[in-house]
Design a protein around this ligand. Structure first.
Ligand code: EPZ
Length: 418
């Protein structure tokens, strides 16, 4: 398993081209199940996770061709079983459930199992399918769903905000008979992107981006060409990297309005943030001041940036209170940051971080995607050599990370594990 050797202590200065959003691309790829026409997706990042999803779609019989960052799909699905050995590798595989049910009236999808950051149940996905008229059973570790007469529109009320369950319900409802309403729906930009692509394919969706989405069912969907929105979490990751290395980065192809919660906090820590219509520039002003955050569904502070922000608070002036409200075990980066000399105390979902003048280099281990990148950011602030093992986690969500950071003055080298 590869590792990453990092020589830190230098400010990040320059320009980074932000890639397409992993968490928009994954549900968008599932739309290849929903039409036999040609569906062309542009700006699809080359990541381990998107490649896994493309493999799952091929398993379902979809013709999938990738040229650079353009993925072309055609033919629709011919089989409706998503097996454990594919689903267990990536939780987002559960997003084939809604499309398969909507188009073929049946789906057998393995329960995804948990992951490092939590048990990650799918009960809200199942309730949404039932709310649209599907009969769902759990047997042998699989979700077995049927809608032999097709899905019927209805109201789906989510007891808690769920990005994936909103996406599954949205994809299922567009071909249901009659109208549907998703209440307490997720408002993430990735939901808006998915709805925009579905509307380009002939769906009739309104209210996406608010907490109530209305869908008027149609009989079928046709092909389209759609460009994936840019990755706000990648952009946020690099924005934090600039602020914590006394740097100056301009992030291209990124929109500030998708990162308001983070940009507000970065300004509070002392960084100068300027936004244009397609770029964000972050200029640090010395060592950042501490600030508190609480993660929340969009438009609140993204849970996917919590680990990165914690790494920054480890070298901040003052103390920071970090509250993680979305996942029950998303502090896996804490033990590794402690190895680098951080001062962090965890009590349930709250971490108290006392900023230190500097961290120290140490060998550390990546555990999940965002924890991994928080260790990269911490190592970039440290004078000396740090080594991060198990960086396959990074490859799931960050394309060309070494190249992008290397062009801005960082020294990162991929090494074979000893
Ligand atoms: C999506 O995961 C993202 N993944 C996650 O990003 C992100 O952290 C999360 O949304 C929250 O923003 C993709 O889009 C592929 P949820 P998802 O359903 O849909 C609970 C990354 O690093 N829940 O909004 O799985 C769940 O356990 C990844 O890129 C249920 O209880 O998240 C969690 O506590 C990590 N039952 C909360 O809801 C359900 O049926 C929010 O989860 C579904 C979810």
């Amino acid at each position: 398993m590869d590792g990453l050797k990092i020589e830190g202590g230098k400010p990040l200065r320059g320009d980074i081209m932000i890639s397409g959003a992993k968490n928009a691309a994954l549900p968008l790829l599932c739309l290849g199940l929903m039409t036999s026409d040609k569906l062309v997706l542009k700006n699809v990042p080359r990541l381990a996770d998107t490649m896994l999803m493309e493999g799952l779609l091929r398993h379902h019989g979809v013709t999938v061709c990738r040229e650079g960052e353009i993925v072309t799909m055609q033919g629709g699905a011919t089989q409706f079983d998503a097996p454990y050995d594919l689903v267990r590798k990536m939780r987002a595989s559960v997003l084939v459930l809604g499309p398969l049910l909507a188009c073929y009236g049946e789906a057998r999808v393995s329960l995804p199992g948990g992951c490092a950051i939590g048990t990650r149940p799918v009960d809200l996905h199942i309730r949404a399918m039932q709310g649209l008229g599907a009969v769902v059973e759990l047997a042998d570790g699989y979700i077995q769903a049927r809608a032999s007469k097709g899905l019927s529109g209805g109201q789906v009320v989510f007891p808690m905000v769920s990005v994936g369950a909103t996406e599954n319900a949205l994809m299922a409802s567009v071909l249901a008979r009659g109208t549907s309403e998703l209440v307490n729906a997720a408002r993430e930009p990735e939901i808006i992107d998915l709805a925009n692509c579905l509307n380009a394919m002939g769906a009739k969706i309104t209210g996406h981006g608010t907490d109530t989405i209305k869908i008027e069912g149609v009989t079928d969907l046709h092909g389209a060409t759609h460009s994936v929105i840019s990755d706000r979490i990648e952009a946020g990751t690099f924005a934090i990297a600039a602020a914590m290395t006394d740097g100056d980065l301009t992030l291209h192809h990124s929109q500030g309005h998708n990162l308001d919660a983070l940009l507000m906090v970065l300004r509070e820590t002392g960084a100068t943030v300027t936004e244009s219509d397609n770029a964000i520039r972050i200029v640090a002003n010395g060592r950042p001041a501490a600030a508190d955050i609480t993660t929340d569904p969009f438009p609140g502070f993204p849970t996917d940036l919590q680990a990165q922000f914690m790494a920054m608070m480890c070298i901040a002036r003052g103390s920071s209170r970090i509250s993680e409200t979305i996942f029950e075990n998303r502090f896996m980066h804490v033990p590794e940051l402690l190895r680098m000399g951080a001062d962090i105390q965890v009590d349930g979902g709250v971490a108290m971080v006392r900023g230190r003048d500097a961290l120290s280099p140490a060998p550390v281990m990546a555990t999940d995607l965002r924890a991994s990148v928080s260790l990269v950011l911490a190592a970039l602030t440290v004078t000396g050599t740090s080594q991060i093992s198990r960086i396959y986690h990074l490859d799931r969500g960050y394309s060309k990370l070494e190249e992008k950071l290397g062009k801005c003055g960082a020294t990162l080298q991929r090494v074979k594990a000893a």
